[in-house]
Design a protein. Structure first.
Length: 83
């Protein structure tokens, strides 16, 4: 999976990423670990790769990371920001 980068304009300011969905003209604010996951989604990546990277970089267990990442990905899908 990866972001629909041609349909998105995004800027990171500190630990917050502001995302504009160009087709819908909707803005989204992403903070914390979500900013890192959003960054990783710039390339084609699997859920297992996301979980592995996040558990390596943050103090979180794999089950919690997977659950939170899946929720985040669901929100991105609902907003039609993922391929």
């Amino acid at each position: 999976m990866r972001l629909r980068s041609s349909d998105i304009s995004a800027r990171t300011l500190g630990d917050e990423t502001i995302v504009l969905s160009l087709p819908s003209s909707r803005y989204f604010s992403i903070t914390g670990v979500g900013t890192r996951v959003f960054e990783l989604l710039q390339r084609d990546v699997t859920l297992d790769e996301l979980v592995g990277t996040i558990t390596e970089e943050y103090d979180v267990d794999a089950d919690s990371a997977r659950r939170d990442i899946e929720l985040f990905l669901d929100r991105l899908r609902d907003a039609e920001l993922l391929h």
